[in-house]
Write a protein that binds this ligand. Structure first.
Ligand code: NAD
Length: 298
């Protein structure tokens, strides 16, 4: 089982990913500055995963009561190399093998009003994270990108090869990070970098205890058919099941959308508007700009 660093793990997608990864047996260290969230979803995640409650270990550091602590939470900023160094060294027994990078700002209108804040958090934050990964010899990352990259597409359904033409600052920052990842992957062997261009994931955990509005969901579970209710959950569970089961194996490499060789139950992040890719018939590697590195094995 892997020890993973999760940025933005208290957020909507990050909290669902944390739960699925914990249920699969991985141990996690979460870095989140709670700008768009709070520690509450992670309390819920710890409970749903059957771990002890999150205890405050220091001013900005929590851990589950179990030993060894399966979930460590650091209130920290991805733009701070000191916070990231603390996160990489948070476990005294395990080395971070891979990073799932969810931290970021995502509101289009806000990005138009505050573009510098978006470039700082999304782009400078991602650069700072990649630099920290290099310092700590961790070179595997899954980046939360966005289908907003496609802007106004020429046709739908959108294919992965559609031109990248973002039309707002939020989209520009996602495109910039993708370019940074591509440049890094081209510069040096050993980086294994994946991007997931989400459309609009919706839904909540069947318990109703984590969702896009966790405090509300916790107090008043959503009805099954309500948008965001249990039956409305679409891609999240399948996506993280795919990552959690089978793609951290050293021999197999990382194929984010296709967990254990079979289609994950909820599909992948792109299935709503995008037919699933297929592996190369001979090499078995999955297509896409990062395909060769993704499939290269650790
Ligand atoms: N939800 C969607 O529909 C959607 C669609 C496409 C892409 N995405 C991307 O997926 C990622 C996660 O989305 P989400 O819906 O879970 O968002 P979210 O706002 O719920 O979660 C983002 C998390 O990042 C944290 N964060 C923000 N700035 C930070 C910083 N400087 N340092 C540390 N933590 C920071 C926030 O506190 C929050 O917990 C984002 O990068 C977003 O752009 C989301």
């Amino acid at each position: 089982m892997a020890h993973l660093l999760i940025t933005g793990g208290a957020g909507f997608i990050g909290s669902h990913a944390c739960l699925t990864l914990l249920e699969a047996g991985h141990s996690l260290v979460v870095v989140d500055n709670f700008e768009g969230s709070s520690a509450e979803p992670l309390q819920q995640v710890a409970a749903l995963a059957g771990l002890g409650p999150l205890e405050r270990l220091s001013a900005a550091h929590w851990g589950t009561a179990d030993e060894p602590r399966r979930l460590l939470v650091l209130q920290g900023d991805i733009r701070s190399s000191g916070d990231l160094d603390r996160a990489f060294k948070a476990s005294s027994t395990a080395v971070v093998e891979a990073v799932l990078h969810f931290a970021g700002l995502k509101a289009v209108a806000e990005s138009v009003a505050e573009p510098l804040h978006y470039w700082d958090t999304n782009v400078a934050g991602s650069r700072c994270l990649l630099q920290a990964m290099a310092r700590h010899n961790c070179r595997t990352l899954v980046f939360s990108s966005s289908a907003t990259l496609y802007g106004l597409p020429d046709s739908v359904p959108i294919t992965e090869s559609a031109p990248v033409r973002p039309i707002n600052p939020y989209g520009h920052t996602k495109a910039a990070v993708e370019q940074m990842l591509a440049d890094l992957a081209a510069s040096q062997a050993g980086w294994r970098l994946a991007r997931l261009r989400y459309f609009n994931p919706v839904g909540a955990h069947p318990s109703g205890r984590i969702g896009e509005a966790p405090p509300r969901a916790a107090q008043q579970p959503l009805s099954p058919d309500q948008p965001g209710g249990p039956r409305a959950k679409t891609v999240l569970e399948g996506l993280w099941q795919g990552l959690a089961h089978g793609r951290w194996h050293r021999s197999q490499g990382l194929h984010p959308c296709h967990g254990s060789g079979r289609r994950p139950p909820g599909g992948c992040a792109q299935t709503a508007q995008h037919p699933p890719p297929t592996p190369h018939p001979e090499s078995g590697e999955w297509p896409g700009p990062f395909g060769a590195r993704i499939g290269a094995g650790l």
